[in-house]
Design a protein around this ligand. Structure first.
Ligand code: ZN
Length: 72
C-alpha cells in the first residue's frame, strides 16, 4: 500500500461528494458552510421541540453577597 485511499463521502447537506479527510473539521460535511447550515437547521428544530411556549422561565437566583468590609 503506497498511497492511502481516502473514502469518498457525501455531504449530508448539499450531497456533494468529497474525500473523507480527518483534517476536515467539518466532516462529514464538505465545508464549514454546509455544517453550519445543517447544524443551524437542526438547532432551530430542536429548539422548537424542546422549548414549549408555556415553559416556565428559569431565573437563576442572584445570591446576596455581603458588602465587603471597608478598608480603613
Ligand atoms: Zn456540502
Amino acid at each position: 500500500m503506497s498511497s492511502k485511499e481516502l473514502p469518498i463521502v457525501t455531504c449530508p447537506h448539499c450531497g456533494k461528494e468529497h474525500q473523507w479527510d480527518i483534517s476536515n473539521r467539518f466532516r462529514p460535511f464538505c465545508s464549514e458552510r454546509c455544517k453550519m447550515i445543517d447544524l443551524g437547521k437542526w438547532a432551530n428544530e430542536e429548539y422548537r421541540v424542546a422549548q414549549p411556549a408555556d415553559k416556565d422561565e428559569q431565573d437563576f437566583p442572584t445570591p446576596d453577597f455581603p458588602e465587603p468590609p471597608h478598608q480603613a
